[in-house]
Design a protein around this ligand. Structure first.
Ligand SMILES: [Zn+2]
Ligand SMILES: [Zn+2]
Length: 322
């Protein structure tokens, strides 16, 4: 088909938003049948007419956003806020929980040989963290608190390290696989909010200043209160979480500390190429620690969705191979 690429899927990750779709409190508003899976990598097996940026046999990762390509946002590369945004593996184009996927060519990014396919399946969640760095103007020598140690919390930690953070703490709601992964990935501190006051701990670690940027990835009801308390005067909170309900935030503190709160939605034009390059040249390293389980496609329900739905804290990222 013109303008499309067929992919032999190698690995596809199960995302929290797949679980929302599966559990039917759907975020997309789109109903079955749909082939889920928007975090995948594989090999190009066919290209349609007019496709010249990838060739058959090439290793690729998919940037699953689909958009109109003509509106005021799309033409500047801000397609992530296109009014016609839809997502491969969520909406009307089947995703990576399949042997093959047929996707628009513009969603396909070549990967260097140094990026294995399993890490290729993490490019999408890593890129979410990468976009968060850009939205927070995060830079070398700065300090950060990442709230939440789910897949996006952990990829955000990796990106903060790749941006040469001086100090990155991760707060978790309970001990478990996710907290352990944050430690293995080299977080400077892992703060268990079930037993420790996160704001007090951050103030102690930063000599009372607070961190330069808080990356909120948990969507937990108390998270913005923690973020506002832990961030330094005049600094920034980046909101990356999928919030399923409005959360309280002390706007008097936002005023008194003159904070900036910025949303970070997915990724836009620079992010996929930059994140793939950073994985390829080793600035982002250790991402395999995020993969806690690997299963076959025939186990995707029993060994994947149901396992995660039962107990997210015992797993981070489950990868599926057809
Ligand atoms: Zn996702
Ligand atoms: Zn558009």
């Amino acid at each position: 088909m013109p303008g499309t690429v067929k992919i032999d899927v190698e690995w596809c990750g199960i995302c929290g938003s797949d679980l929302h779709e599966f559990e039917a409190d759907t975020v997309s508003g789109y109903s079955p049948p749909v082939i889920l899976g928007h975090e995948f990598a594989g090999t190009v097996s066919a290209v349609g007419d007019g496709v010249d940026h990838v060739r058959v046999g090439q290793r690729v990762a998919i940037e699953p956003f689909m958009y109109c390509q003509t509106c005021e946002f799309c033409i500047t590369g801000d397609y992530h806020v296109c009014r016609d945004l839809s997502v491969v593996g969520v909406h009307n184009v089947g995703g990576g929980f399949a042997e093959q996927a047929l996707v628009p060519a513009y969603t396909v990014h070549a990967m260097p040989d140094s990026v294995p396919f399993d890490i290729g399946a993490l490019v999408e969640p890593i890129t979410v963290g990468w976009h968060g760095m850009r939205k927070g103007n995060f830079g070398a020598g700065q300090t950060a608190l990442v709230i939440g140690a789910g897949p996006i919390g952990l990829t955000t930690l990796l990106c903060a390290q790749a941006f040469d953070s001086a100090f990155t703490a991760v707060s978790v709601r309970r001990p478990g696989a996710r907290a352990d992964a944050a430690g293995r990935l080299g977080a400077d501190a892992v703060i268990d909010s079930s037993s420790t006051d996160v704001v007090e701990a951050i103030m102690e670690m930063t000599k009372g200043r607070g961190v330069d940027v808080v990356f909120e990835t948990s969507g937990a009801p108390e998270a913005m209160t923690t973020a506002v308390g832990a961030v330094r005067m005049g600094c920034t909170i980046v909101s990356l979480a999928v919030w399923l309900a409005p959360a309280p935030c002390d706007y008097m503190q936002v005023l008194l500390k003159e904070l900036t709160i910025v949303g970070s939605k997915g990724y836009n034009k620079p992010d996929f190429p930059e994140a793939i390059a950073a994985i390829g040249d080793g600035r982002i390293r250790g991402a395999q620690e995020i993969i806690t389980t690997r299963i076959g496609l025939d186990e995707v329900i029993s060994g994947g969705f149901e396992v995660l739905a039962d107990d997210r804290s015992s797993h981070v990222k489950i990868l599926v191979s057809p």
